[in-house]
Design a protein around this ligand. Structure first.
Ligand SMILES: Cc1ncc(COP(=O)(O)O)c(C=O)c1O
Length: 371
């Protein structure tokens, strides 16, 4: 199987696997225990915290470990319940781990507005400005989108928000290893990350915060993670994520170059094979290696099944269920018509790919599209 679905999840780096395996085998102490087994476990956690902090340009005590991006997002939002009468600004192409949370929070009295995006999936600062109200307490905008990779102008959004005493959260789950994620440079107050998107294990993630006092715990119990996330820590996964963060940031320039070169080659060859291909997203502001393509006249579920039969894993831009292809909500928000929408595939390249694999993918696409 050749894998071109790295935006869904990534294979775990072999060094990370080795580390996690040895920890599962040898380090069984509870990190809250004071004996040497406990201290060994604690050391692993704090080493990982340093690695992650360095990877995103911050200090260890501004990070807690969560079960992933979904939990990190939820924690920021549910913490708002402790503040009276808060209004939130977000946008229409966020992940469900933001949009469904907001809609649920509405039933608890939290009010919100969503800004729309242009045809390339970019948000305008003016649109955000016009949604700011006197009681707006949080603006949450993803750093880059998971379906077509458009990067949002977070620094400008932060500048506007801070002028108005509003905090900013960014879901940066798609970004580690594909662009610099430096919380100081971005200026955000909270940021969410997930290890399985950067060659770490699944079920573990990071919440960065500038100020601990603005957060409350979703998990109530022991005092782990500075009282912000109760429950005995997942030591092997935390350590694995720390190493994955270090590896991916040490190799960042190389990764970006390689992803950009896969993308450029893939796009130019695809245009020759299938001149009607439509590339969705913002060519000037996008994650490298994530290519969202519409194939007018074809159905994405059928294309995907044919590629799967050829042992090539890609993803559909739209959600499939019981034989029906539903248009992608994100592409609809960008103004893509339903017919084009359901003809869309997402190819996301990654460290497990080679240029030969990309050529094989192109060869299969040519066979399928000229059949
Ligand atoms: C943009 C974005 N946010 C959040 C998530 C959820 O992250 P996790 O799977 O770690 O809960 C994803 C995963 O697909 C994502 O792409």
């Amino acid at each position: 199987m050749y894998y071109f679905d790295h935006s869904a999840t990534t294979p775990v780096h072999s060094d990370v696997l080795d580390l996690m395996h040895s920890i599962q085998k040898d380090v069984y102490g509870n990190p809250s225990s004071v004996h040497s087994q406990g201290r060994k476990a604690r050391l692993l956690i704090e080493t990982a915290r340093k690695q992650v902090a360095k990877a995103i340009g911050t200090i260890p005590n501004q990070i807690i470990f969560t079960s992933g991006g979904t939990e990190a997002n939820n924690q920021v939002f549910w913490s708002l319940l402790n503040q009276n009468n808060i209004h939130v600004v977000s946008d229409t192409i966020e992940h469900p781990a933001i949009l469904k949370v907001l809609s649920e929070m509405e039933t608890h009295g939290i009010d919100y507005d969503l800004v729309t995006v242009n045809k390339n999936g970019r948000i305008s600062i003016a649109d955000i400005e016009s949604e700011i109200q006197e009681n707006t307490g949080l603006i949450s905008i993803m750093l880059a989108n998971n379906e077509m990779g458009t990067i949002q102008p977070i620094k400008e959004i932060v500048a506007l928000a801070h002028e108005n005493n509003i905090l900013v959260h960014s879901d940066a789950v798609q970004c580690m290893g594909k662009m610099p994620v430096d919380v100081n440079d971005l200026g955000v107050d909270y940021l969410s990350l997930s290890a399985h998107k950067f060659y770490g294990p699944k079920g573990i993630g990071i919440l960065y915060f500038k100020n601990k006092d603005s957060l409350s715990s979703l998990m109530i119990g022991g005092g782990q993670e500075k009282g912000l996330r109760a429950g005995t820590e997942n030591i092997a996964s935390i350590a694995g994520m720390g190493l994955a963060a270090e590896l991916v940031t040490n190799q960042l320039d190389h990764h970006i170059k390689e992803l950009a070169s896969f993308e450029a080659h893939f796009k130019s060859e695809l245009k020759t094979i299938f001149p009607n291909a439509i590339f969705n997203g913002d060519a000037n502001n996008k994650l490298p290696g994530l290519v969202c393509v519409s194939f007018p006249g074809y159905r994405s579920d059928i294309l995907m099944a044919k590629l799967d039969r050829a042992n090539l894993a890609v993803s559909s831009g739209s959600a499939c269920g019981s034989g029906n292809v539903k248009p992608s909500r994100v592409l609809s928000e960008m103004g893509v018509d339903d017919e084009t929408n359901i003809s869309t595939l997402r190819f996301s390249f990654g460290a497990s790919n080679t240029s030969e694999q990309v050529d094989l993918l192109l060869f299969e696409l040519k066979t399928i599209l000229t059949d």
